[in-house]
Design a protein around this ligand. Structure first.
Ligand code: ADP
Length: 162
């Protein structure tokens, strides 16, 4: 059983995240989308809301599970008997931080490999931060997130179009 963890804040989940999940299921028997508590990042959505958004998005994908975690990723990966951690790379700007993180995680636990995956090029400019900004300013995010995420954003920023 080859298991990969796909960790992140998912605040909120975007079509870019979904693209990476769809690629990862082709390589692994089980993909666990692990929603980080990320308290220090002051998330817009609560942990429960973020888990719920991922759950609704992947409900038709039997090889994908959703979980939440707090603390060290490599410890969590070990606990879930995962061989790999998936990270998405959008642009060179992601690389430096991701490279540092991957090497540090390897130092902490060399049994867990980090695998980088590139999304479809149309999603390379997508980030949760930009989506929140657009929604906050009343812009239409329907091309970038699942419909229920758009509704959740609308409910947070009540002046955004439904
Ligand atoms: P984090 O707080 O860990 O950065 P994110 O939810 O922002 O959490 O991202 C989780 C993972 O998904 C990261 O590896 C990030 O690079 C990747 N990711 C985010 N947006 C995209 C996208 N549009 N395309 C591909 N990968 C993405």
């Amino acid at each position: 059983m080859r298991t990969a963890i796909y960790p992140g804040s998912f605040d909120p989940l975007t079509n870019g995240h979904l693209d990476i999940i769809q690629r990862a299921v082709k390589l692994f028997d089980r993909v666990i989308v692990a929603v980080a508590k990320s308290e220090s990042k002051n998330p817009l959505f609560t942990l429960e809301e973020r888990v719920q958004m991922v759950t609704r998005t992947i409900h038709h994908m039997p090889a994908v599970q959703v979980d939440s975690f707090d603390g060290l990723l490599v410890q969590y990966a070990e606990k879930r008997s995962a061989q790999a951690v998936i990270r998405g790379l959008r642009a060179v700007s992601d690389f430096e931080f991701e490279f540092q993180l991957a090497l540090m995680n390897r130092k902490l636990n060399e049994r867990v490999e980090t695998i980088f995956m590139m999304p479809k090029d149309a999603y390379t400019f997508l980030s949760s931060r930009i989506i929140k900004e657009i929604a906050h300013l009343g812009g239409d995010v329907s091309a970038f997130v699942p419909a229920h995420v758009r509704t959740a954003l609308h409910n947070k920023f009540s002046h955004a179009p439904a």
